[in-house]
Design a protein around this ligand. Structure first.
Ligand code: NDP
Length: 309
């Protein structure tokens, strides 16, 4: 059987299917037969460290358990003839739900009001302060791709006006902003859902945050690298930015204490797609890609850069 290097975790169903086709070695176990490894199964967070990729002379394929692949150097992989696959579409609805849930939690102060009941404040102090309505807001989507569109769809019943920024204008009815700061100045809520990597590094900077302003809400379900985290923390502390709902962080799982101490944030441990149902669909596609590559050299869902391989 061919040898597969497993980076990060897999579900039981994935393991069962993989064990029937591959001899599995786990990076976490330390030693693995570098010369023999032809396939890798990894996830969006761990990706493939550069030293691991260069230590595998016979690597032919990397299957990512996730849609984001910024932690894999696709340029190096492609130059070596290594095809990279990912799991687009099957997680669109789930990640969109996470974004909308964070927005609702910020607007309706879900955590504060939950604490109001648990702490006895309701009995001691009376009704909780009022919150903000999520209805009829203008929401700017940074990255109107597969998931961005799903977010727009999920917000439609709330009477939301959707506007967006990306590198290219799409064939949609929503208003397009070529300039991100200008869009931030004209929305109530900014939702980030671009890929990570150098092209989007800290594109949500101090200027964008100040444009969003004290009544603005920032939601980030993309990658921690997309937002200048230090600038965001300062803006939230100084009330130059109103609220933030965050699923991703610059150095996750490390989250700055200053951010954890803030009352105007809702923090999630990178669980955008993390439901049993969606992880099952992502796991199935991750393994389908590996097995198809094993059988005839083709793949189901290559990353765009590898579509011609
Ligand atoms: P798509 O490729 O379908 O969409 C990406 C969008 O981002 C496109 O609209 C693209 O438009 C835009 N974009 C890309 N680069 C830039 C840039 N430099 N500046 C502005 N806009 C840019 O991807 P998906 O919707 O499937 O996924 C998006 C990302 O969501 C993933 O790459 C991943 O990082 C993140 N994600 C997070 C999850 C979580 O658990 N929190 C789960 C799943 C995904 P254009 O090409 O015109 O610029």
């Amino acid at each position: 059987m061919p040898d597969l290097l497993q980076i990060g975790g897999v579900t039981d169903v994935m393991r069962e299917r993989l064990e029937a086709a591959f001899t599995i070695h786990k990076l976490a176990d330390g030693a693995y037969p570098a010369e023999a490894i032809t396939h890798i199964a990894t996830n969006g967070h761990d990706g493939v460290p550069a030293d691991v990729m260069s230590a595998l002379p016979n690597l032919k394929m990397i299957s990512c358990y996730g849609v984001g692949y910024d932690a894999v150097d696709v340029t190096v992989a492609k130059a070596r003839g290594i095809v990279v696959t990912h799991t687009p579409n099957v997680l669109n609805g789930e990640v969109a739900t996470t974004a909308v849930m964070l927005m609702m939690a910020c607007y309706r102060e879900l955590l504060r009001d939950d604490a109001w009941v648990r702490s006895g404040d309701w009995e001691a102090k009376g009704n909780a302060p009022l919150t903000r309505s999520v209805d009829n807001q203008t929401v700017g989507i940074l990255g109107l791709g597969r998931i961005g569109q799903a977010i727009a769809d999920k917000l439609a019943p709330f009477g939301t006006t959707i506007v967006y920024h990306s590198r290219t204008q799409k064939d949609v009815a929503y208003q397009y902003y070529a300039d991100l700061t200008e869009m931030a100045a004209n929305v109530d809520c900014l939702i980030c859902i671009t890929p990570g990597g150098p092209a989007t590094n800290k594109i949500v900077n101090k200027d964008v945050l100040d444009a969003l302003g004290p009544k603005g809400t920032l939601i980030n379900v993309s990658r921690g690298s997309v937002v200048d985290e230090a600038a965001m923390i300062a803006a939230l502390q100084e009330k130059r930015l109103g609220w933030a709902g965050l699923d991703v962080f610059e150095a996750e799982p490390k989250v700055p204490q200053a951010l954890r101490d803030l009352p105007n944030v809702v923090l999630l441990p990178h669980v955008g797609s993390a439901t049993v149902e969606t992880r099952a669909a992502m796991g199935a596609l991750t393994v389908d890609n590996l097995l198809q590559h094993l059988s005839d050299g083709s793949t189901v869902s290559p990353v765009p850069e590898c579509a011609d391989m």
